[in-house]
Design a binder for this molecule. Structure first.
Ligand code: GRF
Length: 218
């Protein structure tokens, strides 16, 4: 690792599947839009295609499958140990399926972001493509995605950013999901940049952006 790269804040990305949001994060870093380095990719599954994306780009990978631990708390302890070893400043959940143990959330307060494929609080809970299918079934005319801070309550932490997309009359779950996904790819790296650059303020369950970075918290 070059000296310049090692000076960048370390980010961990937690994945379970395809990994297109991980790829978007890596692209944003390569384009110098996100000033971070992916120090670690943790997958909850050994067969996740996201792992190939990570390896191709030389990111460190770990498989921590909650099912191979006696409890969610034990899996949480393994995740915390890996994050601490990699000295990460922030964590992105990018298509990560398991519910994180509360101990992980407590170890990284206001430092974990998740991307969800709906305009929260609408269609919370459930993994893709359930939120998109629920939006279609409800007949909403707009949908989108939300990046939020991860708290102990699933899909309920402070909202950092949202992007909307139209729902078209002839949309299928796939076509709507693809339109939302393009916005996820834009929004998650942007929100991570806000968090890591110290511009994100969180107060009373609401976030705001400061013009200039605040003192970085250690
Ligand atoms: C995305 O739609 C994300 O919002 C949801 O799961 C999907 C993951 O896609 N949580 P990918 O693995 O990043 O391609």
């Amino acid at each position: 690792m070059s000296e310049e790269t090692s000076a960048l804040p370390a980010l961990a990305v937690l994945v379970s599947g395809r990994g297109s949001n991980l790829a978007a994060i890596l692209r944003a870093i390569a384009r110098d839009e996100l000033h971070a380095r992916v120090a670690l990719v943790i997958s909850s599954r050994a067969d996740a295609p996201a792992l190939d994306i990570a390896r191709e780009l030389g990111a460190e990978t770990r498989v921590i499958a909650p099912k191979s631990f006696a409890s969610r708390a034990e899996a949480g302890a393994a995740i915390i140990a890996a994050l601490q070893e990699a000295q990460v400043r922030a964590v992105a959940l990018a298509g990560y399926k398991p519910i994180l143990d509360a101990s992980v959330v407590e170890a990284y307060p206001d430092r974990i972001l998740n991307v969800h494929p709906s305009l929260l609080p609408a269609f919370a809970g459930g993994m893709a493509p359930k939120p998109q299918a629920d939006a279609l079934a409800a007949g909403v005319k707009v949908s989108g995605c939300t990046v939020h801070i991860v708290t102990a309550d699933v899909d309920a932490g402070p909202i950092v950013a949202q992007a909307t997309v139209p729902v078209l009359d002839d949309d299928t779950v796939d076509s709507l999901s693809a339109r939302i996904l393009a916005e996820e790819h834009r929004l998650l790296p942007l929100a991570l940049e806000w968090l890591l650059s110290g511009r994100l303020r969180i107060e009373n369950n609401r976030t705001s952006l400061t013009r200039t970075p605040q003192q970085p918290e250690e």
